[in-house]
Design a protein around this ligand. Structure first.
Ligand SMILES: [Fe+2]
Ligand SMILES: [Fe+2]
Length: 292
């Protein structure tokens, strides 16, 4: 909790904060592009969820530093990674405030961290090993890069388009960062293909946990009691319909590369086919279940 207090008390949306990443800065965004007429309510709700998750990355930084203690190279790079992610949260929060001036980011973020705390005291990876942790981080970055690319292509709001394009490029760089360190640890741990596949599947199944649905629930200030089942459907309905085949193809290629399979081979293509089918049918089924 100390990290939340530190961040909030230091001025959450300070545009001149020194911790902005080097690739692009808050000031590089052309805020004059904003067009309120083109904001889609469903995308706004999804971006609210994204803003609190992104901003919580400084707690993930503490977790990763605990897991990789003694690895100075990694620890240095993870600080820069965390600054990027926190910046994503800030930029998204600023966009949300333009679209919905009633949105109280500070309050929603506090509620999110209270309801979904990260073990910042951990000294070992919850994935079982350092290589497994890095493989999981690769999966997460593929997921976020694909997500922001899908939002960029789905929204007609020009400012959000610009923001998502920049964030998606950052997420891809993060994938490359974790992949680089994965190679190092993989040469020591030598996880076999079955183990690598198991780790990545575990991460995919984590989509059944509370992180995304709870963020969606809390960031949108829902007043009914939280239900994982209901908000998993609500989040899935809003997000899965954004994905097009090309987004999934690209995500599957990076997925295969991370686990050591030919990214352009038949497995990658088959995987993309299956994932796209699953996402499309989930989007339809969730919409039906929710009476949309
Ligand atoms: Fe991010
Ligand atoms: Fe990232």
């Amino acid at each position: 909790m100390w990290s939340i207090i530190k961040r909030l008390s230091s001025g959450l949306l300070d545009k001149n904060e020194k911790t902005m990443s080097e690739k692009w800065k808050f000031e590089d965004i052309d805020w004059s592009l904003f067009d309120p007429q083109k904001v889609k309510p469903e995308i706004l709700r999804v971006i609210k969820a994204g803003s609190v998750i992104e901003y919580n990355s400084s707690d993930y930084e503490l977790y990763l530093k605990g897991v990789f203690r003694g690895d100075e190279d990694f620890n240095r790079e993870i600080e820069s990674w965390s600054k990027d992610e926190v910046k994503h949260g800030k930029v998204l929060a600023e966009w949300i405030k333009l679209a919905d001036p009633s949105f109280d980011f500070e309050e929603r973020f506090k509620a999110y961290v209270k309801g979904f705390p990260i073990d910042v005291e951990a000294t070992e990876s919850i994935r079982g090993s350092r290589a497994s942790e890095l493989l999981t981080r690769c999966m997460i970055e593929i997921g976020t890069s694909t997500f922001y690319t899908a939002v960029k292509d789905a929204t007609e709001e020009p400012l959000l388009k610009q923001i998502c394009k920049k964030i998606a490029a950052d997420e891809l760089r993060h994938y490359k960062l974790f992949y680089k360190h994965l190679q190092r640890y993989q040469s020591q741990e030598r996880l076999n293909l079955f183990r690598r596949f198991k780790v990545t599947m575990s991460r995919l199944l984590e989509d059944q946990d509370d992180e995304l649905p709870f963020a969606y629930y809390i960031a949108n200030n829902e007043t009914v009691p939280y239900s994982r089942h209901y908000y998993t459907q609500a989040y899935g309905k809003a997000v899965y319909s954004l994905y097009q085949k090309n987004h999934v193809n690209s995500g599957a290629s990076f997925f295969c590369k991370a686990i050591g399979i030919n990214p352009q081979g038949w497995i990658s293509k088959f995987l993309a086919f299956v994932i796209f089918k699953v996402l499309s049918s989930k989007a339809v089924n969730y919409a039906k279940a929710m009476g949309a």
